[in-house]
Design a protein around this ligand. Structure first.
Ligand SMILES: [Cu+2]
Length: 450
């Protein structure tokens, strides 16, 4: 009897949960209402079977419960019942599968007028490429991928010169226009998903996959990687911003083309030296850092990272978290660098500064720190030298008090708080692997030994 009650409660509870729970579909923002319908049909068919089977079981438990002297009748065959059950099951299965065939037929039939956006997945972020005015994407080759040509575009191919490259996890698309996402992975399997669009697709290394949709609602939608094995896919966040046509055109015009990027002048260290005078007041004339002023060592940190941080301060992505008083100081300081070229110059100057050893200020359990560091090594490298392809800066040889403070700030959401600070946000998710205060000191003590 208690078992029957549990079954009935299970059914009633599941139905209540379905209607009352706050976990429902996100609002649909594309043409793919068909997908929702298909999911609903499947849910109703399986839900109906779930309710009927469980209630029938409860009924049997009550109706045929143990009674003294009662004997069960043996009835192994019942043709009529079997016809019924086979028929009903066939109808149920067909109801679940047929709509999917129609959806798939539409999914593989990309509208002629769809414009193309290439989304590229790599450990652990997204980047995008748009065809330029010629409407064609240039040839790419994995062998050409390098720090200066992260998309592997063929410099000889004229179609590639005007390709618009977005080295950043945020894409824009215009509303109400069909878009075909071409999907390419640089390393492992990824999966490009925007929940509100309902369609998603795997990125397979060595293959080009695609999906299409027509966005119907302007707004900013989060991109997830739904390939969940491996250490970092969950932290591969990005966004697709659906714009009105005019806003989209304006945004696209502001982006860099491949030829513009190739032609960009390298930073000038001599000009940068003059600009660095301001920075030296806090970071030291050799970029060695100054603990009393809370300013970290900059010497030895790679140019791409320094530049991204300075640009993040300039564009309001860093130094804006709740209570980030140290970051706020930097926000004021980067105002002395008026444009991107001046940032390149000052960064070029920092590259010329000697990478002197820092003073150790933090003690901790090095053995425990080493164990904790295994996760970090995936992105920052086993030697802590950082890995540009993964956007992860150098940690070894840095001011240790600064590393510890950054880790605490990541954990508390002081750094990585801005919704567009994708790399800070990613590190914020990873900092949660350090579960207590002591772990921060232990891991920094280990980094000091690298
Ligand atoms: Cu991924």
């Amino acid at each position: 009897m208690p078992f029957a009650v549990v079954l009935i409660l299970l059914v009633v509870g599941s139905i209540l949960f379905h209607f009352l729970s706050p976990w429902t579909f996100t609002e649909l923002a594309s043409n793919w209402g068909m997908v929702d319908l298909t999911v609903d049909i499947t849910l109703y068919v399986t839900g109906f079977v779930f309710v009927v089977v469980n209630l029938f079981m409860a009924y049997c438990v009550i109706r045929f419960r143990h009674k003294k002297d009662a004997r069960a009748a043996y009835e192994p065959e019942n043709k009529k019942l079997e016809y019924w059950l086979t028929g009903i099951t066939a109808v149920g299965v067909a109801l679940m599968l047929t709509p999917g065939l129609f959806v798939w037929a539409k999914f593989v039939d990309v509208p002629e007028d769809a414009h193309v956006v290439e989304a590229i997945g790599q450990q652990w972020h997204w980047t995008y490429r748009y065809p330029g005015v010629d409407g064609k994407l240039g040839e790419v080759d994995a062998e050409r991928i390098s720090a200066d040509n992260p998309f592997g575009i063929d410099p000889e191919d004229p179609h590639g010169q005007d390709d618009v490259i977005v080295y950043n996890p945020e894409a824009h698309i215009p509303v109400d226009r069909p878009v075909k996402f071409l999907l390419r992975s640089k390393d492992v399997l990824h999966n490009f998903t925007v929940a509100q669009f309902r369609v998603k697709m795997d990125l397979v290394p060595g293959m080009n996959t695609f999906m299409w949709l027509t966005p119907t609602v302007p707004g900013r939608f989060e991109v997830l990687c739904e390939e969940l094995c491996g250490i970092g896919h969950f932290a591969m966040r990005g966004a697709v911003v659906v714009d009105e046509a005019a806003d989209f055109d304006r945004w696209l015009a502001q982006q860099t083309t491949f030829s513009e990027q190739s032609a960009r002048a390298a930073g000038n260290a001599t000009i940068g030296a003059a600009q660095y005078a301001v920075c030296a007041a806090c970071h030291g004339s050799q970029g060695e850092g100054n603990a009393a002023l809370n300013a970290p060592k900059l010497a030895g940190q790679p140019a791409w990272y320094l530049k991204r941080q300075v640009m993040s301060y300039k564009t309001g992505l860093r130094g804006v978290g709740p209570g980030d008083t140290y970051g706020q100081q930097m926000v004021g300081m980067v105002a002395t660098l008026p444009d991107e070229a001046s940032v390149d110059n000052v960064v070029a100057h920092i590259q010329t500064l000697p990478d002197n050893a820092t003073v150790t200020t933090i003690d901790g359990d090095i053995a425990r720190g080493q164990k904790l560091y295994t996760v970090c090594a995936y992105c920052h490298g086993g030697d802590g030298m950082g890995r540009q392809a993964l956007n992860a800066p150098r940690l070894s040889g840095s001011s240790d008090w600064y590393l510890a403070r950054q880790l605490r700030h990541f954990k508390e959401g002081v750094r990585g708080a801005h919704p567009k600070d994708y790399y800070g946000y990613q590190m914020g998710l990873l900092s949660q692997t350090l579960q207590d205060e002591q772990a921060v000191d232990d891991i920094v003590a280990y980094i000091n030994t690298l």
